[in-house]
Ligand binder design. Structure first.
Ligand SMILES: Nc1nc2c(ncn2[C@@H]2O[C@H](COP(=O)(O)OP(=O)(O)OP(=O)(O)O)[C@@H](O)[C@H]2O)c(=O)[nH]1
Length: 361
């Protein structure tokens, strides 16, 4: 077995790993848990060496580097085990928490028994004094001092257990936050690709079993999942001309616009470097097209500029693709059609919206 640490030791490693993991660009998920767990526990020197090289000079690991480290150095660590580490952490916490509380109860029980013994011993003290040659007062005194010592020790133990429980609560909170962070894009605060894919799968799952009445001609639906994909035009040029930091600023501004366009039940997400999505679980194609057009126009009308006026900067624009899921369609096919619609907009000169229905595809 690869991991032979006790539960207490595992919790210690995870506790050491979490703060380091949260400083990286890569989100927290079972693969990054696996990489950082192996590093902090010191069981994988080759991995530690590679990881330290990549994070030298305060550099942060991104998704691709984390995945590469995992593939290169955590070879016999399969995805299932990785998932177990994430889930297992909570089990470790539960067990530790239960042990701490049980020890607390046992301590209280022991203290009650001790009190009872002391009382019984006091009844026996006079005959015992006769045998030992000590006065009853001396024996009672010894018992009292001994009891106080034990009580003080128990008190210290109880305080330590309380402290541990507090630490466990904090650790649990960190894990909860880390889990939530794993679904959020750290640059824009939008749902990330993972969260988006989860939601997309749910949409597809909710439609399995549905079949079109006319198999050869999928009907448009007034309330089916629709997808709007948007990609910033010539973003490389923006980065190259005004720097990566300004590029990041543009990404945040576009994300903000997407949030404003999103409706109550829709999911705005950043699904790639400069690619965004708006997943609408229940909409008509015309409604999705309307939102895509609103998004395109808002970005084109916005005045996203670097701090110093840059007359050479053209306005930022986006190309958009829109489609609707057909009954029983896979998430992949649905996404690919939206992507084809988006690239049709790029080919048509950018800064426009293309709608591609399954019928037309
Ligand atoms: N600033 C910044 N740039 C990023 C980020 N992620 C990806 N990019 C950049 O996005 C650019 C994408 O460029 P391309 O895929 O060539 O596309 P484009 O220049 O937008 O051209 P078209 O899509 O064809 O209009 C690359 O320069 C990436 O480095 C990020 O998080 N921040």
């Amino acid at each position: 077995m690869r991991y032979q640490d006790s539960m207490a030791r595992s919790a210690e490693h995870l506790r050491a790993a979490l703060p380091q993991m949260t400083r990286q660009r890569a989100a927290l998920h079972p693969i990054s848990y696996a990489v950082w767990y192996e590093h902090v526990s010191g069981i994988n020197p080759a991995l530690s060496h590679a990881l330290q090289t990549l994070t030298r000079d305060e550099r942060c690991l991104d998704e691709a580097q984390t995945l590469q480290l995992y593939q290169d150095h955590v070879s016999d660590f399969n995805a299932r085990t990785a998932q177990n580490i994430g889930d297992g952490l909570n089990r470790v916490l539960d067990t530790l928490s239960a042990s701490a509380s049980l020890a607390g109860q046992q301590t209280a029980g022991f203290e009650a028994s001790l009190q009872r013994w002391v009382e019984e011993l006091l009844v026996e003290a006079v005959p015992a004094a006769e045998r030992s040659g000590q006065t009853p007062g001396q024996i009672v005194q010894q018992l009292l001092v001994g009891t106080q010592d034990i009580r003080a020790t128990l008190q210290t133990l109880q305080e330590r257990l309380d402290g541990s429980q507090n630490e466990l609560r904090l650790l649990r909170e960190e894990v909860r936050r880390a889990r939530a962070d794993a679904l959020v894009d750290s640059l824009t605060g939008l749902a990330n690709r993972r969260a988006f894919e989860q939601e997309l799968s749910l949409c597809a799952a909710s439609r399995t079993g549905l079949r079109t009445q006319h198999e050869d001609r999928p009907a448009e639906d007034a309330q089916a999942p629709c997808l709007v994909l948007g990609d910033i035009d010539f973003f490389k040029r923006v980065n190259d001309s005004f720097g990566h930091l300004f590029g990041d600023h543009v990404l945040r501004a576009v994300a903000q616009t997407l949030k404003q366009v999103a409706r109550g039940d829709s999911l705005p997400a950043r699904v790639g470097g400069e690619e965004f999505a708006l997943l609408l679980p229940h909409a008509s194609l015309a409604q999705a097209q309307g939102l895509a057009e609103q998004m395109r126009a808002s970005v084109a009308a916005s005045r996203i500029r670097p701090a110093q006026a840059q007359p050479s900067l053209e306005r930022i624009t986006m190309s958009m693709g829109v489609t609707q899921m057909t009954p029983g369609e896979s998430a992949n096919d649905f996404f690919e059609r939206a992507d084809r619609a988006l690239y049709a907009s790029k080919r048509c000169g950018r800064n426009c919206v293309t709608v591609l229905s399954a019928e037309a595809a």
